[in-house]
Write a protein that binds this ligand. Structure first.
Ligand SMILES: Cc1cc2nc3c(=O)[nH]c(=O)nc-3n(C[C@H](O)[C@H](O)[C@H](O)COP(=O)(O)O)c2cc1C
Ligand code: SF4
Ligand code: FES
Length: 599
């Protein structure tokens, strides 16, 4: 079997191991597939057959996993594979024209030399537009720069992914500063006051920061009460929703708080093993966390007999095989077990039957870092950090049309106006604010008139939106809201895992309908029928989809119909895009034909 010459120009992370603990069970398949792909650049049939024989696993099972994750190649990839992020923040920052420009520059290239494709959010929304070339991520990209990198990949040169400068950032959330870290766990271990931890988390009213806002104390209590002697703690650092970048920041700047939160979760619930599930595009954070875990082992905070207490808790990093759906907690469990990341039907919830059928705590990165803050400084301190009756601090990512995109630490409950205009520097170029998504596509879009809504679970729910993962995406007055709704619906369509019909078929139907609307020329009677069908479809998807992806997919278009109906009517009934975005040949050509579950 010939090894492809350019295999080394692809990221070495595809060859990294899931870790001894993860490899013990089903996750070994990813190690094997990554090793084969690193060697050959793709997964040759003969190698998969060999793997099937060696592991005594049916070939169809290996193939079903390999074909699910977009980062495994079943056919030889081109020498330069350029993927342009097509999602919200990059879309607002010229991704479509960047892609079109690149297509012009490589118009005469052979497909075995270079291919240009869309890709879902790369986790660099604050440095849009972002692209990847052979899995190396480049940010704030111009077409000329991308062309230069792609041409060097075509020559077989190694690509060096730029590493951002690492100036340490002081966060209010860090209770330790320059003093000794892990103070909460050092105090907790000798006292073994596990119930007291739950009491404090309950008094603080800590909620999950991954999107759903479920009370953390209830989740931990459920796992603690399970009689099974084997339990797990999982940190969800998959962070793949467009606009969501806060966990990247937390893992870079506060890795010790995350690990401390996970250790405390293990001690309180009786779990002896933790897995930190991180998206595969976060190479730097993977290194930072790996280093922090080693430091904890050296100082007796992780492993056997933690701080001489007789208690054990160990932790490893698991690198996601990729895909937004992997962030859904039961899909994430399936991925760790070495399967396709298809969500499970619930109940049972992971707290009862989770990883390897054992009770499992799954929390978001930011949820975990709140725990040592509360224990080290007290519930009163935590309550006092919020504004307008909200509690605690919040990390938010702000991207799109703002002057200073980035991640900001703000009091929970501050008005959105404060976040967008003070922290993120307001709308770029002095333009007017048109709308904002409080949390990426899942929150839908709110109009500028709602800018004083507070950054809070309840306030945003009352506004018909959600706090979600704190991914604020800002649109200026040049933005077409129907185009943005289509962009978000396409994201869900592309990322649907395909397990259930309402989401798999419904998201495609919805995208088809919106494409027609952006192209105008729909008779009024047809438009009315479309709207009725869209409502029915939205309801069916919300009620019958297995997981949150299908349930929330209608939110972007429903919010645009609610707040920007006149703009949609203008497209469909008058054949006009008030922002001058739609009805251009480039946009008409933009709807790539759907191939498989992801384009
Ligand atoms: C499609 C989908 C993607 C998700 N992605 C993430 C994610 O990247 N990170 C995360 O913490 N939660 C994500 N969630 C929510 C998780 O399923 C789960 O609720 C969360 O990890 C629980 O942690 P928390 O209680 O601390 O919020 C996602 C949910 C869905 C439906
Ligand atoms: S709702 Fe969508 S993503 Fe979720 S299980 Fe169904 S098909 Fe998969
Ligand atoms: S990197 Fe493009 S939207 Fe996140």
């Amino acid at each position: 079997m010939q090894e492809v010459q350019h295999a080394t120009s692809r990221r070495a992370s595809v060859g990294k191991h899931a870790g001894a603990f993860g490899a013990r069970r089903g996750a070994v398949i990813f190690d094997d597939l990554r090793a084969i792909q690193l060697r050959y650049g793709f997964l040759p049939k003969a190698e998969l057959e060999g793997l099937s024989q060696r592991n005594q696993t049916p070939l169809y099972q290996i193939h079903s996993v390999a074909s699910f994750y977009p980062h495994f190649h079943l056919v030889p990839p081109p020498k330069a594979e350029i993927r342009v992020c097509a999602d919200m923040s990059c879309h607002l920052n010229g991704a479509s024209s960047l892609r079109a420009d690149l297509q012009r520059r490589f118009a005469h290239a052979h497909s075995e030399d270079v291919q240009i494709r869309d890709v879902s959010c790369l986790g660099r929304c604050d440095h849009a537009p972002a692209i990847s070339v052979n899995d190396h991520i480049l940010t704030d990209v111009t077409a000329a720069h991308a062309e230069q990198i792609a041409r060097s990949a075509m020559r077989g040169d190694d690509i060096h992914e730029p590493r951002p400068e690492q100036a340490p950032i002081t966060c209010k959330a860090d209770p330790y500063g320059e003093t000794e870290k892990y103070g909460a766990v050092r105090k907790l271990v000798p006292s073994k006051a596990w119930d007291d931890v739950l009491t404090q988390l309950k008094a603080a009213e800590l909620k999950g920061m991954g999107g759903a806002g479920f009370p953390t104390s209830m989740k931990w209590d459920l796992v603690r009460k399970q009689p099974d002697p084997v339990k797990y703690v999982v940190c969800n650092a998959d962070e793949s929703e467009p606009g969501t970048i806060k966990d990247r920041f937390i893992m870079t700047n506060l890795p010790h708080l995350l690990i401390e939160g996970m250790i405390i979760a293990g001690l309180v619930t009786g779990a002896k093993r933790g897995i930190l599930y991180i998206r595969h595009e976060y190479h730097l954070q993977e290194e930072i966390l790996g280093e922090e875990i080693r430091r904890c082992h050296r100082s007796g905070l992780l492993g056997k007999n933690i701080l001489g207490s007789g208690l054990d808790f160990d932790l490893e990093v698991f690198v996601s095989p990729g895909g937004y759906i992997c962030g859904e907690e039961s899909a994430l469990i399936e991925a760790i077990e070495g399967h396709r990341a298809e969500p499970r039907n619930k109940p049972p919830f992971p707290g009862q039957i989770g990883l390897w059928q054992k009770p499992t705590v799954i929390n978001n990165v930011e949820t975990f870092i709140n725990v040592p803050q509360i224990l080290a400084r007290g519930v009163d301190w935590f309550v006092a950090q919020g504004a307008g009756g909200s509690r605690g601090l919040k990390f938010v990512g702000v991207s799109g049309h703002v002057a200073r995109p980035g991640i900001f630490e703000v009091p929970m409950g501050v008005p959105m106006r404060d976040v967008i205009f003070n922290h993120a520097g307001g709308v770029r170029g002095g333009r007017q604010l048109k709308s904002f998504a409080p949390s990426g596509p899942s929150s839908g879009y709110l109009p500028a008139s709602m800018i004083d809504v507070r950054l809070d679970f309840k306030a945003l729910a009352e506004a018909g939106s959600m706090l979600g993962s704190g991914a604020i995406v800002v649109c200026d007055d040049t933005t077409c809201m129907l185009d943005m709704a289509l962009n978000a619906v396409r994201f869900y369509r592309n990322e649907s895992c395909g397990k259930c019909v309402p989401c798999r078929v419904g998201s495609q139907k919805m995208a088809d309908m919106l494409v027609r609307w952006t192209q105008g020329g729909v008779p009024e009677s047809q438009y009315r029928a479309d709207i009725a069908l869209l409502d029915e479809l939205s309801q069916a998807m919300s009620l019958t989809s297995i997981c949150g992806l299908g349930q929330i997919a209608p939110a972007p278009i429903q919010s645009v119909l609610k707040h920007f109906r006149a703009e949609v009517d203008a497209h469909v009934l008058q054949g006009q895009c008030p922002s001058g975005i739609c009805f251009t040949p480039a946009v008409r050509a933009g709807e790539a034909p759907r191939v498989g579950i992801r384009p």
